[in-house]
Design a protein. Structure first.
Length: 147
């Protein structure tokens, strides 16, 4: 199974989601690939935001070595599931889909709501981490049952 987490710049939300899901996958002894990307090219090659690194580290997850990359059309072929953090990123990703199969791979990480971008508000990093963790735990259970 190949899972991709997507946000705007790939330095705040999606690196946290990648790190959380990688830890869950490892803790459950699964051989799944987890990656992340951004729909914008602002931060290509940059490490995650220091606040994302800090909140993940507080929870025993090291994301410091991740590097931002831009989402590409080939990701729609490579990954089985693509989870986006908000509706704008959903639109950005699905606009690259060539067919219904590719469209069906793309979902909001939390179907009933968006994951807010904490970039401009330090106080959002912990709540965002907690939202992502709760949803990744649910997804892990669902995806394990899918296999």
């Amino acid at each position: 199974m190949k899972i991709l987490m997507v946000c705007l710049g790939n330095i705040c939300r999606s690196p946290i989601a990648e790190g959380v899901m990688q830890k869950l996958v490892k803790d459950n002894g699964l051989n799944w690939e987890v990656d992340s990307a951004g729909t914008a090219s602002y931060h290509i090659g940059s490490h995650p935001d220091k606040r994302s690194i800090a909140v993940a580290k507080q929870h025993g997850i090291d994301i410091a070595q991740q590097k931002a990359r831009e989402f590409g059309k080939s990701d729609l072929e490579t990954f089985d599931h693509i989870y986006v953090m908000d509706r704008q990123n959903y639109e950005n990703v699905t606009s690259l889909a060539s067919n219904a199969e590719q469209m069906s791979k793309v979902e909001l990480l939390i179907p009933e709501r968006i994951v807010p971008d904490p970039y401009y508000d330090d106080a959002l990093f912990l709540p965002v981490f907690e939202m992502i963790t709760t949803q990744c735990e649910k997804l892990l259970t669902e995806l394990k049952n899918e296999n």
